[in-house]
Design a protein. Structure first.
Length: 486
């Protein structure tokens, strides 16, 4: 059973998704910093990059968007032939600098990069995703029965012949009637016609259509046949109903304790998203994110088993695989993922582990590709990410993002070496060193080069940084610590 919780406070809307009582997804959106994914823009091509078969497009954001020729939304990437055909498109055939072009954001900006956009937009509905610029029919991979897939494809081909626009049938279409699918498709076609009319009147760069608010996305992307939505905000409750949430499965909870506090969402998230996550058996996984990839290490921890080591390792690995699948969703991990599972000697054990991992990843709404085991026994995976993960942020001012702070004594000696170089050029000059308490303490403890005049001032706000300032002849040290001569 899936439970979806929505909470709002001071312009921030949070969404938490529980599956069988376990927190699996957690997102937050702040007013003024809404997600760009799904937004449609009339953009202006700034410049072409023929060597990369791409272009930069001005969509009115701080950084220009990146458009790769033939770039398609994630829903189409399951069709290799179509993706390859579109990928062969030349950027010079699509646009010229100064041209206005309709694009859709498929990936949030991050780091030094702007948003990524596609020239093949999609319009999601309840049962179908409209493909206005492509004559293509797709069926969700989660619909596995061949007979159902064939029936859906046949129905979709008739609708495409009627309107000339392709579609991808979503998982919910597997339980819907033809009339429900047709009504959803025609509604999307009407919306696209309205969007096209509006686009013709706008001057680039301009926002054409927003991708939806958290309530709309919760209903569109998270609701299934058993999901129940809870909120304690009347405004969100009405927005959910307007977005099409079933009234009988949408509940407004109001009481003395906020909904997220009553459910313990914050505690669940902090516990689940820690660097070390404990498994029920006593084992644990350690999650580390780097610039290039996310690395996950699996350990037996406190679990030693009662039988053969191979069985103990397999059981711990399978339990870790389920948790890793949850962690990818919870943290919205993207890009390369390397998992160091506990070594398994038997091939059949490795096959069981991979099958367990695939089954656990089947619930993920984002495409995950298991590449397989490397020669060193590491599991390689890739996962598509569209928004910034919860672990995204600024580098720590103390460590610069490395996770380590240089020893205060080493930093102090670097300062003394620099002062020695200055002293050789000007022997009578006095210096003021501003640094954090551990560094100034180390300076006082070590002492100064012979003949040097150094004063140390504590500046806690500088973190791991430091600075050397020259003092004039009339300046006095006051209460500053004088670094004694070594």
């Amino acid at each position: 059973m899936r439970e979806i919780l929505l909470d709002t406070l001071c312009g921030e809307t949070r969404t938490a998704v529980y599956e069988d009582g376990v927190l699996c997804e957690y997102t937050q959106e702040i007013c003024g910093r809404e997600s760009l994914v799904g937004n449609l823009y009339v953009g202006r091509v700034c410049n072409l990059l023929p060597g990369m078969n791409a272009a930069f497009v001005d969509i009115g954001q701080e950084k220009n968007a990146f458009l790769q020729a033939g770039d398609v939304a994630r829903e189409l990437q399951g069709d290799r032939a179509l993706t390859e055909r579109l990928g062969k498109s030349g950027i010079r055939e699509m646009a010229r600098p100064g041209n206005e072009i309709l694009v859709q954001v498929v990936k949030e900006p991050g780091g030094t990069k702007g948003p990524r956009v596609t020239a093949s937009p999609t319009l999601p509905g309840k049962y179908a995703v409209l493909l206005p610029t492509l004559r293509y029919i797709g069926v969700s991979r989660k619909i596995t029965e061949e007979e159902v897939r064939a029936q859906l494809r046949e129905a979709a081909e008739g609708l495409m012949a009627e309107k000339g626009m392709g579609m991808i049938l979503r998982t919910a279409a597997g339980e819907a009637s033809f009339e429900e699918i047709r009504e959803d498709y025609l509604l999307l076609a009407e919306k696209w016609a309205e969007i096209a009319r509006k686009a013709a009147c706008l001057k680039a760069p301009a926002l054409l259509r927003a991708g939806g608010n958290p309530a709309e996305r919760a209903v569109r992307d998270l609701m299934d046949e058993t999901a129940v939505i809870f909120t304690d905000d009347p405004g969100i409750y009405q927005a959910l109903l307007q977005a099409g949430a079933p009234r009988e499965r949408t509940q407004l909870r109001q009481g003395e304790i906020p909904l997220f506090d009553a459910r313990g969402v914050d505690g669940d998230y902090e516990k689940a998203a820690a660097r070390r996550v404990w498994l029920k058996s006593g084992g644990n996984i350690i999650v580390d994110r780097t610039e290039a990839m996310t690395v996950i290490d699996v350990n037996t921890g406190k679990y030693v088993g009662k039988r053969q080591p191979e069985e103990t390792n397999l059981r711990t690995n399978c339990e870790a695989a389920v948790e890793i699948a949850r962690q990818l969703r919870l943290r919205d991990v993207g890009g390369m993922v390397i998992v160091d599972f506990i070594d398994l000697e038997k091939e059949i054990s490795r096959e069981k582990l991979e099958a367990c991992l695939k089954e656990a990843l089947a619930r993920d709404r984002q495409p995950v590709t298991i590449v397989g085991m490397t020669g060193l026994g590491l599991m390689e995976m890739t996962r598509k990410r569209t928004r910034r993960g919860m672990d995204a942020g600024h580098a720590c001012p103390l460590c610069g993002g490395t996770g380590f702070v240089e020893d205060a004594g080493i930093t102090a000696r670097k300062i003394l070496r620099q002062i020695r170089r200055r002293q050789m050029a000007n022997p009578d000059q006095a210096y003021l060193v501003r640094a954090a308490a551990p560094v100034t303490g180390a300076l006082v403890g070590i002492g100064a080069p012979k003949g040097a005049k150094i004063h140390a001032e504590i500046a806690s706000e500088m973190g791991s940084a430091w600075e050397i300032e020259t003092l004039g002849l009339s300046e006095t040290p006051g209460d500053w610590k004088w670094v004694r001569e070594y």
